[in-house]
Design a protein around this ligand. Structure first.
Ligand SMILES: [Zn+2]
Length: 440
């Protein structure tokens, strides 16, 4: 197994030190380290963070390999600094059985770029009618702990209550896509002044907030863990604060794009800005940033949603919803949170690594950069700036909302269990298959 000596890196943006990665672990931390046979990485000025963990990735395989595969999506993840991703269940077939989640888990192992943790569907076929085999998915080799019908809301309160009760048995969490379906039928963008001007059907903030409010009450009632996906409104933040003050075990995520972009982007009818939940107002963006900084929102999750050109590059009403995000997430968080003084790099490690690993119950990830810990490490050059060109990305999706714009920060290297998956900002090699167990 390879040995890497990372010279003069700054863990969590702190003082320079050396990190020695050996046998998949952080073997030594200190200045002036030396190791025979080690590959030396000059880390001068680079920030070292624990490998990033995404709670919300759409890998599209099985079923839509024309949009993304586990191979291309997880390589994109590694290039973005991730060492683990949760693969959403809205594939074809839906990941609603032990068989499908194990298939995705095995594809992830075979690709070797990151740990792939499948998310199990809450209901059979995401249809919202009866519970999927939650226990069988939890007991499977994939060890599912996160369950979500993402893309659809578990709108039936009785089913949502049952799911919350069921997952308690194995310390699982229900991750809700909060969208009241009747209030959002036909919705094309945020409901506000601009939707009226543009003549597009609106997606009102209350459609999200009504479900968040209901679900925190349900979670409190049954004493279970609830996670709210892609929170997008100031009102949802208020409800989360209230729920936490009452002791409800609720966590929440925000996407990079909801931290940076507003509904003003929709003005040109460019479908790259069509996303669910929709881009909201500047006031919402400000509230989401504040909530992430103060811990009301726990994590940034990409909601990486690659689409084919055919599905995305068409007239607004017909275009699929979603944006890619794995390869730009860290840069967007730097722009929205670090360069604005709202979060330091320790805060970034919290929202992009330790908190998502804790919520997803992913062992060996999101750990401190200390001796003995698994060597999941990302090196970032915060001083770099880069122009975003979707054509050069590893994801098959070309639907990046940042195309042609400049973002700060660059992932220089990613180490997955001590193995370099990214070096000099380019793919190195995947972790050899079967060289160690993927633990939970
Ligand atoms: Zn969603």
């Amino acid at each position: 197994m390879s040995t890497y000596l990372l010279k003069s890196v700054r863990p969590l943006g702190g003082d320079p030190t050396d990190l020695l990665l050996r046998d998949g672990r952080i073997a030594e931390v200190g200045t002036g380290l030396d190791a025979a046979g080690a590959s030396v990485v000059d880390g001068d000025g680079l920030v070292a963070l624990p490998g990033l963990v995404d709670l919300h990735t759409h890998l599209r395989e099985p079923g839509r390999e024309d949009a993304e595969t586990v191979e291309t999506g997880t390589l994109a993840a590694a290039l973005g600094g991730f060492t683990a991703v949760h693969a959403m269940a809205n594939t074809d077939p839906v990941a609603d059985t032990a068989g499908v989640v194990e298939q995705v888990w095995r594809l992830g192992r075979r690709a070797g770029w990151v740990d792939v943790r499948p998310v199990g569907a809450v209901t059979v076929g995401l249809a919202g009618e009866r519970l999927a085999e939650l226990g069988a998915m939890a007991d499977s080799a994939a060890g599912v702990r996160v369950f979500s019908d993402d893309g659809h809301c578990v709108w039936d309160a009785v089913l949502m209550r049952r799911a919350l009760e069921y997952v308690k048995a194995f310390d699982g969490v229900v991750a809700q896509h909060a969208q009241e379906p009747r209030l959002t039928a036909g919705a094309q963008m945020h409901e506000g002044e601009l939707s009226g001007v543009l003549g597009l059907q609106g997606w009102p903030a209350v459609a999200e907030e009504a479900i968040v409010a209901r679900d925190v009450l349900l979670a409190g009632h049954v004493g279970s863990r609830l996670h709210v996906c892609h929170v997008s409104t100031a009102g949802s933040v208020e409800i989360l604060r209230w729920a936490r003050s009452r002791g409800v075990d609720v966590t929440a995520e925000v996407t990079p794009h909801h931290l940076l972009l507003t509904d003003e982007r929709v003005r040109g009818y460019d479908p790259v800005f069509k996303v669910n939940p929709p881009l909201r107002t500047a006031d919402d963006v400000a509230a989401l940033r504040e909530a992430l900084a103060d811990g009301t929102i726990d994590v940034v999750a990409t909601d990486h949603a690659p689409h084919t050109v055919e599905d995305k590059d068409c007239e607004w009403a017909a275009a699929a919803m979603g944006m890619t995000g794995l390869e730009t997430a860290l840069s967007v968080v730097q722009e929205a949170m670090v360069d604005t003084g709202l979060l330091d790099w320790a805060g970034v490690a919290r929202v992009l690594s330790s908190a998502p690993a804790r919520i997803g119950r992913v062992a060996g990830q999101g750990r401190p950069l200390q001796v003995g810990e698994p060597a999941n490490v990302v090196l970032v050059d915060p001083a770099a700036r880069r122009r975003i060109d979707p054509a050069t990305m590893a994801t098959q999706g070309r639907n990046s909302p940042y195309a042609g714009t400049e973002l700060p920060g660059r992932v220089v290297a990613t180490f997955h269990r001590g193995h370099a998956t990214v070096l000099d900002g380019a793919p190195a090699s995947p972790r050899p298959v079967g060289d160690e167990e993927v633990d939970r």
